[in-house]
Structures are given as C-alpha cells and as structure tokens.
Design a protein around this ligand. Structure first.
Ligand SMILES: [Zn+2]
Ligand SMILES: [Zn+2]
Ligand SMILES: [Zn+2]
Length: 384
C-alpha cells in the first residue's frame, strides 16, 4: 500500500535518495577542520554570508546555507517548515528553500538537517492520489447518480422552522440575504439560522432522471489525466513538515552553585549579569538563557550555557546552543561543562564561535572563565 513513489524528482517518503545536491552533514564538514575560526583571538564572525573561495580548509557555502535556514525557520509559525502542494501541476515543494538559494524541491537538504539533529521530521498530511498516475496530486471528489450515472446531482435538505414547526425542502427557504430571511409559513424573520432552523433530513436528487437517493456514488477524479478511480483504490502519499527542535535549556539544580559563582565573577568585571533569563532574539523568538551578561562600559554581551552530559557533549547539545546564539548574536558565547566532549564538537564550536570550557570540576571552570573574561576585558582597556 505505501509503495515508494517518486514525484517530479522529489522522493516523498521518509528515505530520500536524492542526496546529490544536499548541504552535506554539518557535523561531518567540520571533522579535521579545526583552524577555521579562533574565537579567542577575534570575535565570532557571522557565518551566514561568509562565502569563501577555497573549499579545502575553509567553511563550505553549504554550511552557511544551513545556518541561514535555521535562522529563517525561527521566523516561521510553530518554527515549522510546511510543504506547499501545487495540485494543478502535481508538485510538492518547500518555498523557504528559495530564501537560501536552493531549489524549492531539494528535500535532501532538509533531511540532512534531520540527520544532524537540528530539524525533526513530522508527518504533515496523507494525500490520496490516482493509482495509475501517483505523480499527480490533482484528484478531486465527484458525485454520481446511482441510477443514470450522470453528475447532475443536487443536494437537498429538509428545513424545519423550530418556532412554528413548518417543515419543507431547503429550496423553499431563501437564505440568500442572511439578515433578512423569513419562514415561508409564518413569515417571521429568521436571524440565527443555526439556532432557529433544524435540518431533519438530507438526501440527493438527480436532475436528469429525478431519482432521489441517500447516498450518491462517490468517485475520485484524476484531474490531470481525466479519469475516475475508486476511493479504495487510491494510493497514499505522505508529505512531511520539518520542525526546529526545542532549544530551551533545562535548568539543572546541580548547576545552580556554579551559575551563582559565574554571575558574581561577571559582576566583578563590571557586567550586568542575569541568571535564567528570557532573551528576545532578532527573529522575535524568546530564548531561555542560563546566564546573560552585558558590559556596563562597552555594551558587549556574553551568553553562558552550562551543560553536563554523562555521555559527553554531543551534536544536539551544540544545536540547542547554536539556535539562540545565532538569534541573539552576542559578542561572546561560552559553553561550560564538567562532561567530556564528543568527536567533532570542538571543531563545530570553533566554527560557530562558541567557546568551549571543559574541566573536571567547577573551580577549574571558574578560573578558566575568569581567564577568558579577563583577557576580553583587558583587550577593551578595562581594569578589574
Ligand atoms: Zn490518473
Ligand atoms: Zn440520475
Ligand atoms: Zn415559521
């Protein structure tokens, strides 16, 4: 029943085979690519428009597209990319892709962000399509007279005026003027159709043979190739939406102490520092940030994320930081952890200007953060 169907070059079921023009996996791009950006020596550059000519040791444009896409998704309702179906042409596409310079039917680049753990693929809709021409989505419902098989079928209702009890065919009630309709029997004005009129019966009548019947013959019509097919013989096509994964930071109780210490430290450097605060990003979305601080002297800002993961900091941890980081665009972003760092994460962090501080215990973390802030502070000519 759920056979694989390829529609206009777009594979519609979950395993897309069209990877040729894809972004390439974000995480794989950065493996063995550690010298991309050094956030200690210069402020993180927005990677979005940084198209660089040499592919060998610099950022691939495809990655910049991925970043741009993440930023665009944040502006969407429900942070979800929905498919657009052109029923006339039988095409399925994602208009948002044109904003990042991709073909609108390049589903592979969305699926790559799913593999990277950034987007979540969800079933959006099941379309019933013609079993002979599954590549066209343009099917519509048709009603036929069961006796003479013409389509000249009218729907008829009985209407009952509740107040006076008068029952007649709906054709005798004139509701063309909503504010001025009257009961044909008692002539009283009907103001609220829903409340004042009951529909005790419904049936069909064929205008050709005058046959009256309860159930019309229902067929689906393949519009492009102009033929009918049985509803039961229709095939399903699944369309997918893509939702940006939750980027909210869980607040662990075991990190409260280090957070307090970090806030005090930042205040010592003349920062206005806040704990567990909601910050509005450029997209208008609100992000929960464990520590946000703004320098009272320079206006520069810093986000500090604290994550502890027994299995080590992984890609999804980084993604949950990347989304608010790109949207808020602070001067500096720190991730501090007492956990291990998984393969490829350091390169990923360096590329996106996220400064990683991983130490065995909190006191070591504190002194590393102090080092970092102090260096930054002195660069701006400040004094502790
Ligand atoms: Zn067909
Ligand atoms: Zn008929
Ligand atoms: Zn009446």
């Amino acid at each position: 029943m759920f056979r694989k169907k390829v529609v206009s070059g777009v594979s519609l079921d979950s395993k897309s085979e069209h990877k040729s023009t894809s972004f390439g996996s974000i995480s794989s791009i950065f493996k063995g690519n550690s010298s991309v950006l050094n956030p200690e020596s210069e402020p993180p550059e927005p990677a979005v428009n940084a198209y660089l000519p040499l592919e060998a040791d610099v950022i691939k444009p495809s990655t910049n597209k991925a970043v741009k896409l993440i930023q665009e998704v944040q502006k969407l309702e429900g942070r979800t990319i929905k498919p657009f179906v052109d029923y006339n042409e039988g095409l399925l596409f994602y208009p948002i892709l044109s904003k990042i310079g991709e073909m609108q039917d390049n589903v592979a680049c969305l699926d790559d962000l799913v593999s990277d753990g950034i987007l979540e693929k969800q079933v959006y809709e099941k379309l019933i399509v013609c079993p002979i021409h599954p590549e066209t989505f343009s099917s519509s419902m048709r009603l036929y007279c069961p006796k003479c098989h013409t389509m000249n079928v009218e729907k008829l209702n009985l209407f009952e005026h509740k107040k006076c009890g008068y029952i007649t065919e709906s054709t005798n009630f004139d509701f063309s003027d909503q504010n001025n309709s009257k009961c044909p029997s008692c002539n009283k004005q009907i103001k609220n159709f829903e409340k004042e009129v009951r529909v005790p019966a419904m049936w069909y009548q064929c205008s050709d043979c005058n046959e009256k019947f309860d159930n019309a013959v229902i067929k689906l019509h393949c519009r492009k190739h102009e033929h009918d097919f049985d509803t039961n013989s229709g095939q399903f096509i699944t369309t997918f939406s893509y939702k940006l994964k939750n980027s909210e930071i869980s607040i662990n109780s075991d990190t409260n102490q280090i957070k307090d210490e970090l806030v005090k430290l930042l205040q010592g450097f003349n920062f206005n520092a806040k704990l567990n605060i909601s910050i509005n990003g450029k997209s208008g979305n609100v992000h929960e940030i464990p520590i946000y601080a703004k320098s009272k002297t320079t206006g520069e800002s810093i986000l500090i994320f604290i994550k502890n993961q027994p299995s080590g900091i992984d890609q999804s941890d980084m993604n949950s930081i990347l989304v608010p980081k790109l949207d808020i665009d602070p001067t500096n972003t720190l991730l501090v952890t007492v956990s291990g760092i998984n393969d490829g994460i350091e390169n990923f962090a360096a590329h996106y200007g996220i400064h990683l501080i991983a130490e065995q215990d909190f006191s070591q973390i504190l002194s590393r953060v102090e080092e970092f802030v102090s260096e930054w502070y002195s660069k701006n000519g400040g004094k502790k």
